[in-house]
Design a protein around this ligand. Structure first.
Ligand code: HSE
Length: 307
């Protein structure tokens, strides 16, 4: 039986100002997925973790992504998946995207790599839709391409991988679940022109900062006047965390994806460690359980680790 194992990384969508258009991949944590090729049109899902996710393909992120891909495959084939998720669903670091992206990269490998990365992102958005009710690609694109990506357009899909300097990422995950669908529901449907101007200036600044490897410009541009004021209410101690991390030397940061995780970017490892301590002290003071990841930007995306 043809089989492949892939590691699929966590991602930070939005990168503060780029709601639904910017994202970056992390070196940790990542999900593991073993996939076997079947000789009939079937999707079998075996969960080997504690999350109890649905196994019916139509209700499952793997299934959503693979069913979209199988529409473009003529042969009598199917897939069996053994999933070990390390990225907690509802954490804000791209758990559903890691499943969707991992599934399509693994399936493509078993099918002789016939699809492009852009096609894989397109299929994977159908998996994201199962989880969050929306086909945004800002977690999926960096998960598949690695590094930092810009989704210039969703339809037709236009993905721009960006250059970026070495960056440390400190992520704190309060142990509460925020469903992306809920966190999207509460957003305002209309915005003021003056806020839109601030937002697109910062998106342009952030992209330029990445491309020119200008840490100062990256830090100045990590400003979100549209989404953060609404969603930060769902995150305990958000303003205190942000203030303490900036004082510890972080370039800046904010809500990771739709939350509740909060991430901070740092130029040096020592600063990222000081940021970790600052995050810890805020949550220890207010008594919130949390996990912390101190990692770097992952330039590879989903990786095939054995066939
Ligand atoms: N851009 C998405 C959001 C990422 O913020 O809702 C979460 O999946």
């Amino acid at each position: 039986m043809k089989q492949v194992t892939v590691l699929s990384p966590a991602t930070v969508a939005n990168i503060v100002c780029g709601f639904d258009v910017l994202g970056l991949a992390l070196n940790a944590p990542s999900d593991k997925l073993v996939m076997r090729l079947l000789d009939k049109r079937e999707i079998r899902i075996i969960n080997k973790d504690r999350f109890n996710l649905p196994t019916e393909p139509e209700k499952n992120v793997f299934g959503g992504a693979l069913l979209a891909m199988m529409k473009e495959v003529k042969e009598e084939i199917g897939f069996e998946i053994e999933s070990t998720k390390m990225i907690m669903p509802g954490s804000g670091i791209g758990s559903s995207a890691a499943s969707a992206a991992g599934a399509v990269v693994a399936a493509n490998h078993l099918l002789g790599n016939r699809f492009t990365n852009q096609e894989l992102v397109q299929f994977a958005t159908y998996g994201e839709q199962v989880a969050s009710g929306s086909r945004h690609a800002d977690n999926i694109a960096p998960c598949i391409y690695g590094g930092v990506t810009l989704i210039r357009s969703n339809d037709p899909l236009d993905i721009i991988p960006l250059n970026f300097p070495p960056l440390y990422v400190t992520v704190i995950h309060p142990q509460i679940e925020v469903k992306t669908s809920d966190a999207r529901q509460i957003l305002k449907k209309q915005i003021l022109l003056k806020d839109a101007i601030t937002q697109w200036a910062n998106v342009a600044g952030l992209v330029t900062g990445f491309m020119k490897e200008d840490y100062n410009l990256i830090g100045r541009s990590l400003v979100d006047v549209l989404i953060e004021p609404v969603r930060s209410m769902l995150i305990p101690g958000f303003n205190e965390i942000k203030k303490a991390c900036k004082e510890a030397g972080a370039l800046g940061g904010g809500i990771s994806g739709s939350g509740p995780s909060v991430f901070m970017l740092s130029k040096e490892e020592a600063t990222a460690k000081a940021v970790e301590l600052a995050m810890r002290s805020v949550y220890e003071k207010i008594g919130v359980d949390f996990h912390i990841h101190l990692t770097t930007v992952n330039p590879r995306g989903v990786e095939v680790v054995n066939s």
